[in-house]
Design a protein around this ligand. Sequence first.
Ligand code: NI
Length: 136
Amino acid sequence: MVYLTRRERFSSAHRLFNQAFSEQENIELYGKCTNPNWHGHNYELFVTVKGEINKATGLVINLKDLGRLVKEEVIEKLDHKNLNTEVDYLQGKIVSSEVIVVSIWEILFDKVKNIGATLHKLKLVETENNYVEYYG
Ligand code: NI
């Protein structure tokens, strides 16, 4: 079994906010990240898939196919968007990195199978100090 990772990047605006909490509670919980006028991140998404090496090609999967899939299904819908208001599958959710990475997993898992590999791990880097990882 060989593990392959493709990196893609997107830049998005968001705000961490829970309507069930008061403004003061949101500020205590999320700090600057609950600024009502949004803030942005340059996200990096690392998509790791696993599979056997195809003897004829020497590859687990064509990384171009994986790159195209991730771009079409994930990046184009998030890049230069407001994650709170412009992304259908994040509507009504708290758009933390944790929630975003699980949503991306749900979108990609079956589609990665269709191109001949198994999704193993997603790593979403929000800032140089913070990232989340998800294994399904
Ligand atoms: Ni943020």
